[in-house]
Design a protein around this ligand. Structure first.
Ligand code: 3LM
Length: 409
């Protein structure tokens, strides 16, 4: 292995941790200590002055958190990474560190509901201006940039409507203007997309989703340059948000990461099959999935993503009540927010994840109020499709339900 960068799959399992440094323990020990003892005052003073060899207090990190951060930095192709208590903890810790009153952020129109709420109802109160634009058209970015613009922010694909932003094209413009570019890579994970390699400065994640992968933890990640990350850790996280991850969640996240590549492959395969199936249903008006050949940004998908991911959005050929009725008829697929879990999860963004937007804001931000969002899990794909079919038949054709699924234990 010497002199050769191991493959992604190998790095999800090995990077950032050497068992021989931990009495041979194959799995990293869990550190629960809130504080770390010094041998002398002088040693403590040196640690506070920046001697990184010693830990101080777990709001600043622990040994196992550090191992996880090294692994995540490696996977994202970043100099450094920081793990936080939630995705919102990552986003807020990073942004509070980078902006000041009077600064402007340019954000894509479509954002996860709580990110939008943080911008709209949080940052704006503190004198930060937010300009929303359609970043899928980067040719118009320069005309929105002013002397006060500090940051450009996007998701790609966006939550929930799966719009893509050309990360390399936006990064080209932000570099020219000396502005930071932050990308929420939650839907893709570093397995499918590497924003830093495409020119972004900072990547954030809700690690609650695919990175953890099992619906048993809440966590977030920030990755970027060592300089930015030091500032975000020592200011945004330590003083502004205090969104510190617990040692137990570090261990769960480390475990989840080891199977990221395997799970993502199955999520992608299942989502493509489900998307194609829904597209052929007479009860479905439209399916938005980056892997479909008629996806409007199919060329960008090829350039920017390794596979099309496990998320899709679709609209039924019916009323909002029928959409709700359809979800209520599902037997295997849970009606739940969140995504990236082994279980398939469906939800109605306008009334759930994106209820922080008013009806008018949904339209202005390109979020169709009738969309349903499906996080395709890694159950057998035939069972997922059968469940969707029986619910569609029940709503639109008075169907009798799926007998095979009803017989499941
Ligand atoms: C959801 N999303 O169901 P946490 N960035 C993106 C996200 O999708 C999310 C976050 C950040 C959902 C959560 S809605 C009540 C449940 C693209 C979360 C925030 O703080 O770890 O939840 O991440 O879309």
């Amino acid at each position: 292995m010497k002199n050769k960068q191991p493959h992604f799959a190998t790095r999800t399992i090995h990077s950032g941790y050497d068992p021989q440094q931990h009495q041979g323990a194959l799995t990293p020990p869990i550190h629960t200590s809130s504080t770390f003892a010094f041998e002398t005052v002088e040693q403590g003073g040196a640690a506070f002055a920046g001697d990184n060899e010693r830990h101080i207090y777990s709001r600043l990190g622990t040994p196992s958190q550090q191992q996880l951060e090294h692994r995540l930095a490696d996977l994202e192709g970043a100099e450094a990474a920081l793990v936080t208590a939630s995705g919102m903890g990552a986003i807020t810790s990073a942004i509070w560190s980078l902006i000041e009153p009077g600064d402007e952020i340019i954000a894509d129109k479509s954002l996860y509901g709580c990110t939008f709420s943080f911008f709209e109802h949080g940052l704006k109160k503190f004198g930060i201006n937010i300009t929303y634009m359609d970043l899928s058209k980067p040719q118009f970015l320069a005309e929105h940039i002013t002397a006060n613009t500090k940051l450009v922010y996007t998701e790609s694909p966006s939550n929930p409507n799966m719009r893509l932003v050309d990360i390399a094209a936006v990064a080209h413009i932000t570099r020219q203007h000396g502005i930071k570019f932050m990308v929420d890579n939650t839907f893709c994970t570093p397995y499918l997309q590497n924003p830093i390699a495409l020119g972004a400065d900072i990547v954030v994640h809700s690690a609650t989703k695919y990175l953890g992968g099992h619906g048993d933890l809440i966590a977030g990640v920030v990755a970027g340059s060592a300089e930015d990350l030091l500032h975000i850790r020592h200011y945004g996280l330590k003083d502004m948000t205090g969104a510190v991850i617990s040692g137990y969640d570090v261990a769960l996240l480390m475990r989840g990461l080891k199977t990221l590549h395997v799970r993502m492959d199955r999520h992608c395969d299942n989502a493509l099959a489900v998307a194609k199936h829904l597209q052929n249903s007479p009860y479905v008006k439209q399916v938005i999935y980056p892997g479909l050949s008629d996806f409007p940004q199919a060329e960008l998908v090829k350039r920017q993503m390794r596979h099309a991911g496990g998320m899709l959005a679709f609209e039924l050929n019916g009323s909002r009540e029928q959409a709700a009725d359809f979800v209520n008829h599902l037997e295997l697929i849970y009606c739940a927010v969140s995504l990236g879990d082994t279980e398939s999860l469906i939800q109605h963004p306008a009334s759930m994840t994106h209820s922080t937007y008013t009806e008018e804001e949904l339209i202005a931000h390109l979020i169709n109020p009738s969309l349903l969002r499906l996080s395709v899990g890694i159950e057998h794909v035939d069972d997922i499709i059968a469940d969707l079919d029986q619910a569609l038949e029940s709503v639109f054709n008075g169907g009798s339900g799926n007998k095979e699924l009803s017989a499941l234990p």
